[in-house]
Design a protein around this ligand. Sequence first.
Ligand SMILES: [Zn+2]
Length: 508
Amino acid sequence: MGSTKEIGNVPKEQQRNAQVVSRYYSKLIAEPAPDLSELNLFATLLPKGGDLHHHYSGAIYAEDYLDWVGKKNYCVYLEDHVEKGSDPSQHRYFKKYQIERREFATLPKPVQDICVSAKDIFTSNSLADFYRGLLMKWSDKDYENHYHEQPAPDQQFFATFGYFGGVSDYDYHAGLQSLKERAKAENVQYLETMLKGAPTVEDADLDKKLNALNAQSSDAERADAFTAYANFMAGDAKANAQIETYVQSVEEAAANLDDADFKLRFQSYVSRGSTPAKVFSGLYSAFAASNVSPLIVGVNIVGPENGYVAMCDYSLHMHMFQFLKQRFPKVKLALHAGELTLGMVPPEGLKNHIREAVQIAGANRIGHGVDVSYESDPDQLLALLKARNVAIEVNLTSNAVILGVKNEEHPIQLYRNYGVPFVISTDDAGVSRNNLSGEYMLFISRYKPSYIELKKVVYNSIRYSFLSDGEKAEQIKVLDQRFARFEARVVTLVRARRPVVAHGRVGA
Ligand SMILES: [Zn+2]
């Protein structure tokens, strides 16, 4: 190996490369106004390990959905929508771009007349505004930089799922394949995605019992209702068949996607806006599915956290997790918690979500964790997160758009300062029209972590993933190799760089 003597396990040349990259990177971020294009290049090449907070349907871009509309021979029509205020002057009018889920040729003539095929949308000049308007409704495109009739940012964000939802189940395997290709293109080796919600069953009597629970219910009342429902689901043929079908469909969607350079795993989930019975039923299925399938590595809860039902039932949901975690102790939890900020809900609503997700539900990771400063005893909460080694999934673009929390306001600085582990993730790259490199770019350019810290955060995305210990060790090795290649590549780049004397900046 020529001059490469090994120090520890790392060849000497590789160590030198790492030092060169560290110096180069430090100089780039030390500039008062860092060269963002050069940092962007750095972020694109950077190995990024895994994306641990990733919603499948939110990750796919609107253009791909429109492509799928075409493949299904569906079409899109414009629907005028009125949201009525208390007086007519407060009515808001906006357009919805709805998918017609019937083949175009089978539609009655009047429907055909108002429905537009995907091909026409893509190619017809006269439909340029229609196309642009659709992209703005099916994603956050132009939300911030271009005035149009705007719903509130969280409504804009969550409404997109209702639009592309008409075609998001088109072909899970094809969708995952395209996400894999995108991941590989930006040096990402692992995705842990939320593909599909877990199935639910109904039972009139048991539903009634669960739906009667509220924040004031006693431990005994909760345990009684939960136990009855869980026992029912465990013995119910229909429930078990649904869980089996669900697991099968997830595993089929993932078939043959893992390879030496890429791994794909799933989280199952329920929606927090549903009735208690539906949430419990779905959660039972999610836990049971995760318990049997090595591909379904965790359970989550999704939907707007500031919704009325989500707020009222928050603690009840955490108790459901606690109960089911006792039944299925090896199932891991990554819970959306604290995706809130001051003004979104009354201050009392900000006091306990992250804490309860950790203390009651037993979350292994927290999604967002933005309202941490507003919780009761936030200092102790930070210490608790650190002591329990609970990682925060930081989604910078999503938080900036939905919550308006960005730059110095974002609690990522608190997590850094108080030693709480965190990862950088995308949330919904298709809706946000971003990617993981873009999220790292924000992390680097806003918060200027050292190269050592940056690397540690990348490695966190494997360490805090829900892969098995053996798989993690394997993926860490892959990441080591990726960093060795990356650093060698950046050294070559730095040598080709023209020194910029005016800024006192030189190549390496
Ligand atoms: Zn999310």
